[in-house]
Write a protein that binds this ligand. Structure first.
Ligand code: SF4
Length: 383
C-alpha cells in the first residue's frame, strides 16, 4: 500500500494497524479543514455588515451588502435604479435625528401619528450606545420625542439622555418635544442646563377645543402647563418653542396674540397628516380622517398669522419624508409609502445600513430649513 509505505518511511516502523489510524486521522483532519474554510468564506460574504455596527459603510461596499441581505420584508432588491438610490442613501449624514423612544402618552389626541402600539423602551445603556453610533455617523442634533418623553421614569430617562448627548457626546443641539403636562421645576434644576430647546405642543388657546382634540388629561389644565413651562424655560435658560397642528378643530382660530405673548423662539405650524397604521387605515389606533384640513384651509391659517415672525410653516409635502425618525427600537421609519415602514435597528446593523431604509429626503430637509441655529449658545435670546 502506497500510504503504508509512505508512513513507514516517515515513522520508521512497519506496524500497519497504527499506520492506518494515523493516516485516517490525517485525512479527516485535512478534509475537515478544507470544508470548514470554505464555509467561513461563504459566511463572511453574507454577514460582513455585522462587523460594521457603529461604523459608516464605504460607498463601494453598499451595493454588495444590499444585495446580500434581505430588505425589510421585501427580499433582495431587484429594482433597476437601486444602485444609485442605495448608494445615495448610505452616503447621507444623519445630521438631525428624531428619536421617539416611547409611544406611551398621557394625552389622547385624535390625530396622533405616533401612537401607543407598544410599551417598549430601550434600556438606557442601549439607547446611549445607539446615540453614540449616530454621533459617530455625523449627527449634530437630536430631538427626543414620543409619545410623551416625560412619562418614562418621571422624566429621569429623557434627562439622562439629554445629559449624555450634551456632556458626553458634545452634540451642538439637544431638544425635546413634549405636551408639557408632566414637566416639573425639579427636572429643570437637574437637567435644564444641558437642554437647548424644549418644544411644547399647543393647538388651541380655548380649553374646549383642546378637549375636542384630546389634548388633555383629566383635570390638568393644558394652557396652564404651557405657561408654566414657558416660565421655567426662561428661568433655566432653555429656548422655548411651540408646535401646532392645524386641523378641523382649530383651523379658524386666531392664535397670534397668545403666541406673541408667549414669544417662542420658533412656532412650528404643521398640517394634520395621515399616516397608515398610525392614525389612518387598518390596524391604526387612531382615525384622523375627520381632522384633516385641505391645503387651502392650511394656507388660510398661515395667512391669518403671517405677521407672527417666529412662524415656521410645514405642509404635508414638506413634512412627510424630511425627518429622520427613529422608533422605540432605534429603527428608522420610512414614510414614503404613506405608512411608517421600519428598517432594522441601528443597534443590529449599523447606522449606514439602516439609513438605506429610512426614506429620508435630504434635499427637502434643507429646503424646509431643517438646518437652522439650533444650539442655544448661538441663539441671541433675551432670557
Ligand atoms: S400629546 Fe403627542 S404623543 Fe400624546 S397623544 Fe397627543 S399627539 Fe400623540
Amino acid at each position: 500500500m502506497v500510504r503504508l509505505n509512505f508512513l513507514s518511511d516517515i515513522c520508521d516502523h512497519d506496524k500497519d494497524f497504527t499506520s492506518i489510524i494515523v493516516v485516517a486521522v490525517l485525512t479527516f483532519g485535512i478534509v475537515g479543514y478544507l470544508v470548514f474554510s470554505r464555509h467561513r468564506k461563504g459566511e463572511n460574504r453574507t454577514s460582513g455588515h455585522d462587523k460594521d455596527i457603529g461604523r459608516r459603510v464605504p460607498n463601494d461596499q453598499v451595493q454588495s451588502i444590499y444585495d446580500s441581505k434581505d430588505s425589510p420584508g421585501d427580499g433582495p432588491c431587484t429594482s433597476s435604479d437601486c444602485t444609485a438610490s442605495c448608494e445615495e442613501m448610505a452616503s447621507k449624514i444623519p445630521l438631525s435625528v428624531n428619536y421617539h423612544f416611547t409611544r406611551q402618552c398621557n394625552y389622547q389626541c385624535g390625530f396622533c401619528f405616533h401612537t401607543a402600539k407598544t410599551s417598549a423602551v430601550l434600556p438606557l445603556a442601549e439607547a446611549k450606545r445607539g446615540l453614540r453610533m449616530l454621533k459617530e455617523s455625523g449627527m449634530e442634533k437630536v430631538n427626543f420625542s414620543g409619545g410623551e418623553p416625560f412619562i418614562v421614569q418621571r422624566g429621569s430617562y429623557v434627562g439622562e439622555l439629554v445629559i449624555f448627548c450634551k456632556r458626553d457626546l458634545a452634540l451642538p443641539s439637544v431638544s425635546i418635544v413634549s405636551n408639557g403636562s408632566l414637566i416639573t421645576e425639579k427636572w429643570f434644576q437637574k437637567y435644564g442646563e444641558y437642554l437647548d430647546i424644549l418644544a411644547i405642543s399647543c393647538d388651541s388657546f380655548h380649553p374646549q377645543v383642546n378637549k375636542e382634540i384630546g389634548r388633555y388629561q383629566g383635570n390638568k389644565n393644558h394652557l396652564q402647563s404651557l405657561q408654566t413651562v414657558r416660565d421655567l424655560c426662561n428661568m433655566y435658560k432653555v429656548a422655548f418653542k411651540i408646535n401646532t397642528v392645524v386641523n378641523t378643530c382649530n383651523k379658524d382660530e386666531d392664535m397670534a396674540d397668545n403666541i406673541l405673548h408667549l414669544a417662542p423662539c420658533r412656532w412650528k405650524v404643521f398640517q394634520c397628516l395621515l399616516i397608515g397604521g398610525e392614525n389612518a387605515g387598518e390596524n391604526a389606533l387612531k382615525h384622523a380622517e375627520t381632522y384633516v384640513v385641505s391645503d387651502t384651509e392650511f394656507q388660510a391659517f398661515l395667512d391669518r398669522h403671517k405677521h407672527v415672525q417666529c412662524l415656521v410653516p410645514e405642509s404635508n409635502e414638506k413634512m412627510r419624508n424630511s425627518y429622520l425618525i427613529l422608533d422605540e427600537y432605534m429603527r428608522f421609519l420610512d414614510c414614503t409609502r404613506g405608512s411608517k415602514d421600519p428598517s432594522k435597528s441601528i443597534l443590529d446593523v449599523g447606522v449606514s445600513y439602516a439609513l438605506m431604509f429610512s426614506g429620508f429626503d435630504e434635499a427637502m430637509f434643507f429646503k424646509r430649513g431643517g438646518k437652522y441655529v439650533w444650539s442655544k449658545a448661538d441663539m441671541k435670546l433675551d432670557w
